[in-house]
Each structure stands twice: as structure tokens, then as C-alpha cells.
Ligand binder design. Structure first.
Ligand code: SF4
Length: 548
């Protein structure tokens, strides 16, 4: 008898939120497709909202999802549930049967079940849906967000590779590196204390006047020409709340028409605009949007959202619980960074030491353009750990204003040419990122970042190469010539090695022309024992190895 796929067995974490540092996406996809093929009577794809509406188990799945949302958002519910599941669920108005869902919320119960125990079908269906959503996100990251222009594509790939050691494997898996975000307001009316991108106070909106509509369409057309099909993955908010703009839906319909898909919406004020939000969800789904998001700021907001929207209306809308009673804390970036409320929240979640503060924080998810239509401004950005210099968790490589669509498009082209080199330039400084700890084991340079290490092996005189890249006082061209002079190693080979390190995102590309001095050598203490190496030549010189 064929063995039962893991996906149909008991979950390993509460509400089946997989806890891992890396996902095996291929295996996950193969397993999911295999289950769909093998059990067509029990499961069907649910990720696309329009066909999912016809599914015989949409209501059941929505009820399970809603149960999980209450569990994540409400500490009192989490504490009360185990004592009297049936009555507590009833008291909270939850339709799903808490006993049937026990394997999702009671890990001890799970542990007592034999390894081949299969949870009820509602749990299996929920697990399938969670997998579909994870794979949908991965599809965005690895396929749909990939720009057509080779410069942008290579630059984005390099930023993704950098993320592995700069932000850690979880962010590497989780950040989609969308190609653009457009703000259609200036500022945000909500004013969350934890705003990860430090939104300023709302000042004005980009309304859909005839003149603005013309400019808007020119901007979208320029982005679509620059990005190709990846333009479908852009969205229309950043340090703004979409619902602040009364014409948001009209702007999004243009995005659907020009870029190819209605953009994903995240809003923190659905409770103020219930009917509008219901229409927006339906409109977005009907025009190809898969998942939207609602942020809830307080438990009262959460209750209001639960009352105002049916579970089925929110089947493809994630609830991001930002309230103090939620099961997780906010990202350590923007206004949250250093905030007393964040520390209190961490303590309330049992995070007693300060380890959580050391985790690189960002909520930024764009490696591309951040456009503000009110200011007629376009910046080139990419995620980084929030810091004093980059408090909002993204680098700004360029920042310009435009008067019209033609100038906007010219800026895109110029920024790609200027910042998105596909290979290291000879005039570029050759130095490791300052956050990396560099060591050499005799064959290989190890560049250890947050939770992952980039390894480089190959060529002769690797130790000397590591020393030079730690010192960082030469350009790539100077280093290549120097190594030819000193060791007889061809400049082309050195450039080839440098390019592989460059493509791994391990060389320092942090923008420095915005008032910051160039960093000193990355190693503060002599934490860079670069030993004499045995000559090694291995053309496949690079790989990454997470080791959390
Ligand atoms: S988190 Fe979102 S809703 Fe809150 S202030 Fe920032 S942009 Fe506005």
C-alpha cells in the first residue's frame, strides 16, 4: 500500500504554521499536486478565489481559517479553549468544531497520536490550503516577480542572495522582492505606533482626475514596458493605507488593465469602510487578485471585522493581528524599532532576553521602484536590516522626481543602467559587506551572516583574496591586476571569482552617497583569521548553507 503523504498526517505546529529555516519548495509542490491527483473527491485547489467559491467545502474551510484567526489574535481565547473547547468556541461565535480541530491547536494531543494517525478531513483541507498559500507566495518570489529586463533581473537575484545572509533564511524565503510599489496618497491616516515604514501623517491623495488618470496610465505603461509580465506583481500602497484614497479602486482597475492584474491590497481600516471593503475584495478577486490582507490593530477592531465580514468573504483575505493579545510581535523596523511598546509586547510574549532585538528587522518586500504619485517621486529600493541609517528596513539607491510619464520612464532606464550592473565593474570597490564575519579554513572563504554562510572556494591564494576583500581598499580592477602581478593569477580569473562573490550579494553594495561615510574593514576584532591556504581551483566556487 502506498504510504500516506505527510500533508495528510497530523500537523507539526499550531495551526500548521510550518516552523523552519528553509522550505523545500519542489518537494512541497510535488506533495501537494500528488495529493490533489490522488484524492480528487476529497480535495481541490482552493487558492484561486473565483473557482474556490464553487467548492463544496469553501464554507467549512473558511470556518477553520476563522477559528485559527481567533486563536492567533486573542490570548484570552487561547487560554480558555483547552479548558472547555465546545463552550468556549460557541461563546466566541465560531462555527468550526474545536474538538475536530484539536490537532491544530493542541500540540500535546498531537504528540499522543500514532505517527500514521490522520486528522479529520477538515484539518487536512486546511493544511492543503496553507500549503497552497505558501506555494503561491513562493511562485511570486521565484517566477511572477522576475523582471524581464536582464539588468533588473540580475540585480534582484543578487539582492535575494544577499538577503540570505543579511536578513536570514526566513526572510530569504518570505520576502517576495516585488518589482514595484506605488503610493497613491502622501502619508497615512492610521498612524500605527508600530509602522514598519514610519508612515508620515496623511496629507493628500492622488485622485483620479482626468489629468492624474493620464499620468497614472503613463506610469503604469512605463513600468509594464520595463518589467514585462512581472508588472502584475506590483501593488499600490507602502507607507499609506489604500482606503485613504477614495479613488483607490479606479486606480487599481487601471492596474488590472495595464499591468495585467488587480493589485493585492493591505488595509488597516476595513472596519471604517465595511461595504466598500466587501466590494473591493470581490472586485479584486474578479480581476485576478489572489490574496488580500487586513491588519487589525486592537482586539476590538478584530471583533468588529469578525462581525462585519463573513468567514467566506475573508477566505482569501489574511488577517494580520497586530494587537497586543496576538500570538506574535511586530517587526522590529520603522516606528516599532526601539519603541517601548514593542519591548512590552516582547515581554508579554515571554521573550525575556534581548535576542529578538538582534534579529534583523524589516517589513520591506520590494527590490525595485517605490513610486509616490502625489510627490511624483520614484526611488530605487531593496530590503535591508533596519538600522540607525536605514530605520525603515530598506536601502534607497536613488531618489528622483518626475514631471510626466516620459521623464518617469527615462528615470527607470537610467536607474537600471546606473545601479543594476549585471557584473562587477572594474572601478567598483572590492570589499565584503561589513556585517559578514570572514574566516578561511584552508580551502574556502566562509562569509557568515545572520543565520547563513556564503562559502567561496577556488583559485590560488584564496587567503590573500579574503584579506584584500576584508580590507576593501582596492577596486575590483586593481585587485585583479595586483593578483596577476603578485601571484601570476590571471586578472580574468580573479574577476570571475569576484563576480561569483558579487552575485552572492556578499560584496558591499550599500549606497553611500547619501551622507554616510564608507565603512571601515568589516572585521572589528581580528575575527578574520585568514589562514594560508592550499591552492584550490574549483570553478563551481559558490554555495550557500543555512546553519541556524
Ligand atoms: S502600518 Fe500601514 S496603516 Fe499603519 S501607519 Fe503604517 S502604513 Fe499606515
Amino acid at each position: 500500500m502506498a504510504s500516506v503523504p505527510d500533508l495528510l498526517l497530523k500537523p507539526s505546529a499550531v495551526f500548521d504554521t510550518p516552523v523552519t529555516t528553509r522550505f523545500d519548495w519542489q518537494r512541497m509542490e510535488a506533495e501537494l499536486l500528488g495529493v490533489l491527483r490522488e484524492y480528487p473527491d476529497r480535495f481541490r485547489p482552493m487558492i484561486e478565489p473565483v473557482p474556490a467559491r464553487e467548492s463544496p467545502y469553501a464554507a467549512e474551510l473558511a470556518a477553520v481559517k476563522r477559528f485559527g484567526e481567533r486563536w492567533r489574535a486573542d490570548r484570552a481565547f487561547r487560554e480558555a479553549l483547552p479548558k472547555d473547547p465546545v463552550n468556549v468556541a460557541r461563546q466566541y461565535g465560531l462555527e468550526a468544531d474545536p474538538v475536530m480541530l484539536r490537532s491544530l491547536w493542541d500540540i500535546r494531543f498531537n504528540a499522543e497520536q500514532p505517527a500514521d494517525w490522520q486528522p479529520p478531513v477538515a484539518v487536512q483541507r486546511y493544511r492543503m490550503f496553507v500549503r497552497e498559500k505558501l506555494l503561491h507566495r513562493e511562485g511570486l518570489r521565484s517566477r511572477e516577480c522576475v523582471p524581464a529586463d536582464p539588468r533588473h533581473r540580475a540585480w534582484r537575484e543578487r539582492q535575494i542572495a544577499r538577503t540570505m545572509t543579511h536578513l536570514g533564511p526566513r526572510s530569504y524565503d518570505g520576502i517576495i522582492h516585488a518589482p514595484f510599489a506605488i503610493e497613491v496618497s502622501k502619508g497615512c491616516s492610521v498612524g500605527c505606533w508600530f509602522c514598519g515604514v514610519s508612515a508620515e501623517r496623511r496629507q493628500s491623495d492622488f485622485l483620479y482626475t482626468p489629468e492624474n488618470a493620464r499620468l497614472w496610465r503613463r506610469v503604469l505603461e512605463a513600468l509594464t514596458r520595463a518589467l514585462g509580465p512581472a508588472a502584475t506583481a506590483g501593488f499600490a500602497y507602502w507607507a499609506t493605507d489604500p482606503l485613504d484614497n477614495p479613488d483607490y479602486e479606479k486606480l487599481c482597475l487601471d492596474m488590472a488593465g495595464i499591468c495585467g492584474r488587480f493589485p493585492q491590497t493591505t488595509t488597516a481600516q476595513p472596519q471604517k469602510h465595511v461595504e466598500r471593503m466587501k466590494r473591493l475584495l470581490r472586485l479584486s478577486e474578479d480581476h485576478g487578485c489572489t490574496i488580500n490582507r487586513i491588519s487589525v490593530l486592537t482586539l476590538k477592531h478584530f471583533d468588529k471585522v469578525m462581525e462585519s465580514f463573513s468567514a467566506e468573504e475573508l477566505l482569501h483575505c489574511e488577517i494580520v493581528a497586530q494587537n497586543i493579545e496576538a500570538s506574535h510581535i511586530q517587526g522590529n523596523a520603522g516606528r516599532a524599532r526601539g519603541a517601548r511598546k514593542l519591548k512590552r509586547s516582547a515581554e508579554a510574549h515571554g521573550l525575556v532576553d534581548d535576542a529578538w532585538e538582534k534579529v534583523p528587522g524589516t517589513i520591506a518586500c520590494v527590490s525595485g521602484w517605490l513610486v509616490n504619485m502625489v510627490e511624483r517621486r520614484v526611488r530605487l529600493i531593496t530590503p535591508c536590516p533596519a538600522s540607525d541609517r536605514w530605520p525603515d528596513g530598506y536601502w534607497v539607491l536613488d531618489d528622483r522626481h518626475f514631471r510626466d510619464g516620459e521623464e518617469f520612464e527615462a528615470h527607470l532606464e537610467d536607474m537600471m543602467e546606473r545601479h543594476m550592473g549585471t557584473a562587477i565593474r572594474a572601478s567598483q570597490p572590492a570589499r565584503f559587506r561589513p556585517d559578514l564575519r570572514i574566516t578561511c579554513d584552508g580551502h574556502t572563504i566562509h562569509a557568515a551572516g545572520w543565520g547563513a554562510t556564503t562559502r567561496v572556494a577556488g583559485g590560488g591564494h584564496v587567503a590573500e583574496l579574503a584579506e584584500a576583500l576584508v580590507r576593501g581598499d582596492l577596486t575590483a580592477g586593481e585587485l585583479a591586476v595586483q593578483r596577476e602581478d603578485l601571484y601570476g593569477r590571471s586578472a580574468a580569473m580573479t574577476m570571475d571569482t569576484l563576480n561569483q562573490i558579487f552575485a552572492a550579494g556578499a560584496l558591499d553594495e550599500e549606497p553611500r552617497d547619501r551622507g554616510a561615510a564608507a565603512p571601515g574593514p568589516p572585521a572589528q576584532e581580528p575575527a578574520f583569521p585568514v589562514h594560508a591556504l592550499k591552492p584550490v581551483f574549483e570553478p563551481a566556487v559558490f554555495d550557500e548553507e543555512p546553519h541556524v
